[in-house]
Design a protein around this ligand. Structure first.
Ligand code: ZN
Length: 404
């Protein structure tokens, strides 16, 4: 088989993961983007990268396999030296109609231990810090709410207080006067206790969540948390600890182009919306709630990081090449964004960015010599590719690369 010429851009064939929470029908975000007229199952995540679970494909071969035989041309020396063999990141477009599970991702050391002990639930040994950038508005739970707000919620939602028990409620209330460090330790103990209770007190969990949904329906206060509680309680009518997590975690809405970075061990859930997501190349998830799947309470309670009210929000800054860049504290990835709002095509100096780059077209076209990528197409620029490209009027794309 002739090898692709890595000095040129190449289109990748990328698969869409179907999960129950994805969007259905021809109006789904991913159906519109990829031009799928009759999607049969919910469209949840477009995976762009070389993760062995579903690698993107070029000339009938997975990108992971291409990298194995052409590592230097595709990844480049600097990337290989820094991250070893393989693509250091995984790039996705995620489209959620229903909430995803509340989850957190282990650190590198934790992932190594978890994968060795339980490879079924932890499929690789890598960490998975991630950035999520809203394409339209995104509703999400991101990190912890402040202790004072959590105590307010306990005052306002008696069923939550009833389930937690007077001792834990009192512990949180008394913590208000303590240092942040002590508050966080107590909050972590009570949050962990909430999960332990959810496993030993299943009947009480069901009755408290059912009662609370009935009361909130009558109260009809229009608050986002109330709306989500009512909606999710219908979905998890047998009781799910994630329903109560709504009152411990920070409810956020992100506007288009606004991002958030999630480091290891910070709990989060995307509730609804379409996002660009980039992460270290891993699929390790510790699930905490809003899921029929395995909830690993022991791991969760060991690794969860409690920091109050500490949203790590991200805005792109000028990348000096006519677009914007989201830089994060890890080096496995950074995300660039271009949108041509001018009246003529613009030159994009992609040759200035080294390393293996993957980009996804959201609108318009991106061209160079004999190459043209259009809406919904995904392009690999190997390290060896030094082409600059032109973006059409109204054209828009996101690009991921390692920081190397
Ligand atoms: Zn996540």
């Amino acid at each position: 088989m002739t090898q692709p010429n890595w000095t040129l851009p190449h289109k990748l064939t990328c698969r869409i993961q179907s999960y129950a929470w994805g969007c259905t029908g021809p109006d789904a975000y991913l159906a519109q983007l990829m031009g799928l007229e009759h999607p049969e199952s919910p469209l949840a995540e477009l995976w762009m990268g070389a993760h062995t679970k579903i690698p993107s494909v070029l000339d009938g071969q997975g990108l992971d396999a291409h990298i194995k035989s052409n590592a230097n041309s595709i990844c480049g020396e600097a990337c290989l030296r820094k991250f070893g063999m393989g693509l250091p990141y995984l790039f996705k477009i995620l489209s959620a109609r229903e909430s995803l599970s509340i989850q957190l991702h282990p650190s590198k050391t934790e992932a190594e231990g978890l994968h060795a002990k339980d490879p079924k639930n932890y499929p690789d040994d890598n960490h998975k810090p991630e950035i999520a950038i809203a394409l339209d508005s995104l509703e999400a739970l991101l990190g912890f709410e402040s202790l004072s707000r959590i105590v307010q919620h306990l005052d306002q939602e008696p069923e939550l207080a009833e389930f937690l028990g007077a001792q834990h409620v009192q512990a949180l209330r008394s913590a208000l006067n303590l240092t942040t460090e002590k508050q966080n330790a107590i909050l972590k103990a009570v949050f962990t206790a909430l999960f332990e209770l959810s496993q030993t007190q299943k009947k009480l969990l069901k009755s408290c969540t059912t009662k609370m949904a009935q009361r909130l329906r009558q109260k009809n206060d229009g608050a986002p948390r109330s709306k989500w509680f009512i909606e999710l309680q219908q979905q998890y009518s047998e009781g799910d600890v994630g329903l109560f997590c709504l009152y411990f975690l920070k409810y956020c809405t992100l506007q288009p182009g606004e991002g958030v970075f999630l480091k290891a061990d910070v709990p989060h859930a995307y509730l609804r919306g379409n996002i660009v997501e980039c992460m270290a190349n891993s699929d390790n998830v510790v699930r905490a709630g809003l899921t029929p799947k395995f909830v690993d309470v022991e791991t969760l309670s060991q690794i969860v990081i409690v920091e109050q009210d500490s949203l790590n929000s991200q805005h792109s800054t000028d990348n000096g090449l006519g677009g914007g860049v989201f830089k994060v504290v890890v080096d496995e990835f950074e995300v660039h964004h271009w949108k041509n709002t001018q009246a003529q095509t613009v030159a994009i100096e992609l040759s200035q960015l080294s390393g293996p780059r993957i980009l996804v077209m959201l609108s318009g076209s991106l061209t160079s010599r004999d190459f043209c990528a259009q809406k919904g197409q995904v392009v690999l620029l190997a390290d060896a590719c030094k082409e600059n490209m032109e973006l059409s009027v109204g054209g828009e794309f996101y690009l991921a690369r390692p920081n190397c």
